[in-house]
Write a protein that binds this ligand. Structure first.
Ligand code: SF4
Ligand code: SF4
Length: 365
C-alpha cells in the first residue's frame, strides 16, 4: 500500500494577516512577520476559498494575527460562505465592535474562537501587552453569545498563568461558551523564542491536569473542555496536524501554502504561493508537501514502529528546532536517540524559573 497517497484537505487555516493589536510572547507566528503590503488581496483570498472548496475542504479557520485587522474581513467571510465553507473565526476580540459583529452574524459566521490570556485584567492585559484587553474581551464574548454564535474560549497556558486555569474554565461557563480549549503553549515562533520564560514545571502541569479533570466531572455536557498538554512532558509525540500533508494546510498572509503554521522554519523546503500555482498543484505535487507526507520518509525507530500511522512521527518543526533535523524522529518520543535535547530544554527552563514581562520578548514587527 502506498502510505504517501494524499486525500483532499479537510480544512484550511487562512492566516489573513500578521497584524494584531496584542503582543503575546507565546505567539506561534514567525518572528519575521509579514507587513500589510505583502498580504493577499480580497480577490486572491476569495479565489483560494473557491479552490479549497473545489478540492473538497469543508472548513476555513480565519486566523492571523488578528483577522479583524483586515478591513475586508466581512467580504472575506462572505466569499468563504459563498464557496460553501464553514467558518471558524479565531480572534482576539479587540477589533470587532457590535455593528461589525452584526454584519458577521448576518453573513453566517457560525463559530468564534476567542483567545484569553488570563482570568483577570491584571494577567490578561500583561500577557497580551495591551491595557484594557480583558474588559473588551469580556464584552465581546457576551456579544457573540447574544447573537447566537457558538463561542469557544482558547485559554493559552504557560508558567505565569497556569494557576488561573480553573478560573478560566469558570469564566467560560459564566460567559456562556459552548467549549473551552485549555491549551498549554506550543513552542514555535515567538513561543520558542520565549520558551525558557514560559515552560511550566512538572508540578504546575500536574496541577492543571487535576483541575481540568475535576472541571470535566463538574461541567458534564454543559461545557466541552478540551485539553492540550505541552509536548515537552510527553513520552510520545502528538500527531502534529494529523500528519504532514494529510488533513490540513495553512496559507500565510502572503499566500505561501504550508503543511502547518510553523513549517516555514523548515528552510530547506521551498513553499509555493497561491500567486504562482493552484492550491491543488501545491497540495498534491509539491516537494514541500510530499517530502514528509506518509511514512516512506521516516527514519528508524519510526519506520518499524507500530505507532507510525498513529502519530506520523510527530512534529517536523519540533524535530528541527530541537535536534536540527526536520527528518529526525521527534525528540519528544522516548524512543528517540536525541531525547536529551528536550530534557536539556526542560533543565534550562527549570534553572531560571522566572516568568513575566521582565523576561519575555513581546511579539513585535
Ligand atoms: S497569539 Fe496573541 S499576538 Fe499572536 S496573533 Fe494571537 S492574539 Fe495576536
Ligand atoms: S518511534 Fe516514531 S512512530 Fe514510534 S512513537 Fe516514536 S515518534 Fe511515533
Amino acid at each position: 500500500m502506498n502510505q504517501n497517497h494524499a486525500d483532499p484537505p479537510l480544512a484550511i487555516l487562512a492566516e489573513l494577516t500578521h497584524r494584531c493589536p496584542l503582543r503575546c510572547p507565546y505567539c506561534s507566528n514567525p518572528t519575521a512577520l509579514v507587513g500589510r503590503s505583502g498580504e493577499l488581496s480580497t480577490a486572491e483570498w476569495a479565489d483560494v476559498f473557491r479552490q479549497a472548496a473545489d478540492m473538497g475542504a469543508l472548513q476555513v479557520h480565519m486566523s492571523g494575527g488578528e483577522p479583524a485587522a483586515r478591513k475586508d474581513l466581512e467580504k472575506l467571510c462572505q466569499a468563504a460562505v459563498d464557496a460553501g465553507l464553514y467558518i471558524n473565526l479565531i480572534t482576539s476580540g479587540l477589533m470587532i465592535d457590535g455593528a461589525r459583529l452584526d454584519r458577521l452574524a448576518a453573513i453566517g459566521v457560525p463559530h468564534v474562537q476567542l483567545s484569553v490570556q488570563g482570568s483577570d485584567a491584571a494577567m490578561c492585559d500583561a500577557v497580551g501587552g495591551y491595557d484594557g484587553a480583558f474588559a473588551i474581551k469580556q464584552d465581546f464574548a457576551r456579544a457573540v453569545v447574544a447573537r447566537g454564535i457558538s463561542l469557544t474560549l482558547n485559554a493559552v497556558l504557560h508558567r505565569a498563568n497556569c494557576h488561573q486555569a480553573g478560573d478560566m474554565i469558570t469564566m467560560a461557563r459564566d460567559l456562556g461558551a459552548a467549549r473551552i480549549e485549555v491549551a498549554h503553549t506550543q513552542y514555535y515562533g515567538w513561543g520558542l523564542l520565549n520558551r525558557d520564560g514560559l515552560l511550566p514545571s512538572r508540578d504546575q502541569l500536574d496541577d492543571v491536569t487535576r483541575i481540568v479533570e475535576q472541571a470535566r466531572k463538574d461541567s458534564g455536557a454543559d461545557l466541552q473542555i478540551d485539553y492540550v498538554v505541552p509536548d515537552y512532558y510527553a513520552e510520545t509525540p502528538k500527531a502534529c496536524m494529523a500528519g504532514w500533508g494529510r488533513r490540513f494546510l495553512t496559507i500565510s498572509p502572503e499566500g505561501k501554502v504550508l503543511p502547518c503554521h510553523a513549517a516555514e522554519t523548515v528552510d530547506h523546503l521551498t513553499f509555493d504561493t497561491v500567486r504562482d500555482k493552484t492550491l491543488s498543484e501545491i497540495w498534491y505535487d509539491s516537494p514541500a508537501f510530499n517530502t514528509y507526507r506518509g511514512t516512506d520518509w521516516m527514519p528508524e525507530p519510526c519506520q518499524s514502529c507500530d505507532l507510525k500511522e498513529v502519530d506520523w512521527g510527530g512534529c517536523r518543526c519540533q524535530a528541527l528546532a530541537l535536534v536540527g533535523d526536520a527528518g529526525a524522529t521527534d525528540p519528544v518520543c522516548s524512543k528517540s536517540g536525541q531525547r536529551e535535547k528536550l530534557l536539556d530544554a526542560l533543565t534550562d527552563a527549570a534553572v531560571s524559573p522566572k516568568a513575566g514581562p521582565d523576561i519575555w520578548t513581546y511579539r513585535q514587527f
